[in-house]
Design a protein around this ligand. Structure first.
Ligand code: PHE
Length: 500
């Protein structure tokens, strides 16, 4: 109906100058008219131009001033020429106001009137007596409000004063002016969307106008499973490792013994990370009962008195400590098992990786949870150096899209030298720590039985950190855990890495 009204009007008139006026003339709501104009404009039947108008609106209080006079004038007039006790003033103001106004509205008018009349120095207060300070006042505020209501122009200073008293506020009104468009017709033919049986039977198909296909329209959203961002990034990083010739390590055990998680890595038994404040220990079963005994002996010796050129730590190594079960704190426990297994046969160089969950007893905050996913890579070969480690890190991280790296000397009980890895974050314009790396110590590798000239270079990082950077998530609790919005997986885009 609104569309016909617009098209019909343009048949005999040059334009619709103002959609607001037009809607009033036709008795059709402005919203409806606007929708019709937008649709017609989209199909080129009309050409619409924006109109924007600013209009001052009177507050409820201001509307009451228009009716009864401004509060300050009401108050002034309530004060008789001879003066009055302040205690009686409200009563007199009330008596001048209509009876149907409630008490709250009346006392509001009284309070405002009092404050404004005092400010204007129209009245004065001495010894609880109120007296007039001027003979006569004019209700300028009321007059101004009436002018504004009538759409008459009012000076900027007055507008400002009324605005500050919250008597008026600005409203922006949007509408259109409309002219005939290139595709103008008086009535809009509804185009057919489909060719149907009737069109053929009645021979209508020859003349019928079909709606054009919109090839840019989005399809129905598909229902079905969605991958979590962590999983998508994991798959991509997995691809990078595979492209670089790495094999996956089996990480399907969250429970590990302290032996494989710490002792075999030459981590002393008093190390603070082995405290229950940092590590989750298991209550049931609290200990392990299968460990490779001969190897355990060699690990004990290297801790106590060293060997292979090392002096060891010089303390009493306790088997009970090594037996304690825990939730693995790093996947380096798995790397250790793999290297030990490798050492049992004739030596072959290997490239291993894993991406799986690890656990740490940490205070939860924006960037930490008590569990996360660790990405770990290692290369085991003869004659490897720190240069090889740097090279492989540059290669690996540039495939993730981090090609500006810096290394900082660090300490791990099981690597020497050790390096923290920093990457320059283009968005944050700063260096962020992304991982840890190093060359495994002889104290770790030699008791396994690996040949003396075999070195292992390795690195680890969290999967969460690059995922948060890639997906622009700044709170880890929005990514993982019970507070995650389930629609997250539906909304976020696919992840493509390692293709450059
Ligand atoms: N295990 C280390 C960590 O948890 C990562 C790492 C792996 C460091 C391999 C050096 C070598 O942070």
């Amino acid at each position: 109906m609104a569309q016909e009204a617009v098209l019909g009007h343009l048949e005999h008139n040059q334009e619709i100058a103002d959609s607001g006026v037009f809607s009033q003339e036709k008795g059709i709501s402005h919203d409806e008219i606007v929708n019709a104009i937008k649709s017609l404009n989209g199909f080129g039947l009309v050409i619409a131009s924006d109109i924007k108008r600013e209009k001052w609106l009177l507050s409820e209080e201001a509307q009451s001033y228009v009716k009864y006079g401004s509060a300050e004038v009401l108050l002034f007039e309530a004060v008789p020429a001879e003066g009055i006790a302040k205690a009686k003033l409200q009563e007199i103001v009330n008596s001048k106001l209509p009876v149907d106004l409630d008490d709250k509205a009346k006392s509001l008018i009284y309070d405002k009137g009092w404050a404004q009349a005092m400010k204007n120095k129209w009245i004065g207060l001495a010894d609880s007596q109120v007296s007039r300070k001027v003979e006569h006042v004019e209700d300028k505020v009321k007059d101004l409000l009436i002018q504004i209501q009538n759409g008459e122009a009012v000076g900027a200073k007055d507008i400002d004063a009324l605005k500050r008293r919250r008597l008026i506020s600005l409203q922006i009104w949007k509408g259109f002016s409309v002219m005939k468009g290139p595709n103008y017709t008086t009535t809009r033919k509804k185009a057919a969307t489909d060719l149907v049986r009737d069109h053929l039977q009645r021979d209508e198909w020859k003349d019928i106008e079909f709606k054009e296909y919109n090839f840019l329209a989005k399809g129905q959203p598909t229902e079905g499973g969605c991958l979590h961002p962590l999983y998508k990034v994991k798959q991509q990083i997995q691809m990078i490792f595979l492209q670089m010739g790495f094999e996956e390590m089996p990480t399907n055990n969250y429970v590990e013994s302290s032996f494989w998680n710490f002792d075999a890595l030459f981590q002393p038994q008093q190390h603070p990370a082995r405290d229950s404040h940092d590590t989750f220990f298991l209550k049931v079963p609290s200990t392990t009962n299968i460990l490779p005994e001969e190897y355990v002996e060699r690990v004990k010796t290297v801790h106590e008195s060293g060997g292979y050129g090392s002096r060891g730590y010089g303390y009493d190594w306790k088997r009970e400590e090594a037996n304690k079960n825990l939730l693995r704190t790093h996947t380096t426990a798995v790397s250790t098992r793999m290297l030990y297994a490798l050492a049992q046969g004739p030596f072959t160089p290997k490239r291993y990786y894993s991406i799986d969950r690890v656990f740490r007893n940490e205070a939860v905050d924006r960037t930490h949870l008590a569990e996360f996913h660790q990405i770990e890579g290692l290369i085991c070969d003869r004659g490897l150096s720190l240069g090889h480690l740097r090279g492989v890190l540059e290669d690996f991280f540039s495939r993730i899209g981090m090609s500006k790296l810096k290394f900082k000397p660090a300490y791990n009980p099981y690597t020497e030298p050790s390096m923290e890895i920093f990457s320059y974050h283009e968005g944050l314009k700063k260096w962020v720590e992304i991982g840890n790396s190093g060359m495994f110590r002889p104290e770790m590798l030699r008791p396994m039985g690996l040949p003396e000239d075999v070195q292992v270079i390795a690195w680890g990082l969290s999967l969460e950190r690059p995922t948060m950077i890639l997906y622009g998530i700044d709170n880890i609790r929005d990514l993982f855990g019970h507070k995650v919005d389930l629609s997250l997986t539906k909304r976020n885009p696919i992840c493509r890495l390692g293709l450059n």
